[in-house]
Design a protein. Structure first.
Length: 97
């Protein structure tokens, strides 16, 4: 099932306002709050590609500012979850998801 792509003019005015607020907040340096706003927008309007791209860019900028040690810890934490999922995949595929 494909997601219908939407532009800024195709979404409701409420979603448009939250999107604009998120961009404004991110430009002022409060990326965490802006990311949370954009996540909400993407959940409500999955086809809103401008919001998806803005969210991806904000998350990428936030990740690039992290120290190498913080990146290492994140990789280590996710590796355990990944290995557990791969272990369950053959026996219990729904649990692996």
């Amino acid at each position: 099932m494909a997601i219908e792509k939407k532009s800024l003019r195709d979404v409701s005015s409420g979603i448009r306002g939250i999107y604009q607020k998120a961009l404004e907040v991110i430009s002022k340096g409060a990326e965490d709050y802006g990311i949370e706003l954009l996540k909400g927008v993407v959940q409500k309007e999955p086809g809103f590609m401008d919001a998806r791209n803005a969210l991806r860019d904000a998350e990428r900028r936030k990740a690039n500012r992290q120290s190498p040690f913080t990146r290492f810890l994140g990789t280590t934490k996710s590796l355990g979850i990944l290995m557990k999922g791969r272990g369950c995949l053959a026996k219990k595929p729904m649990e692996a998801l």
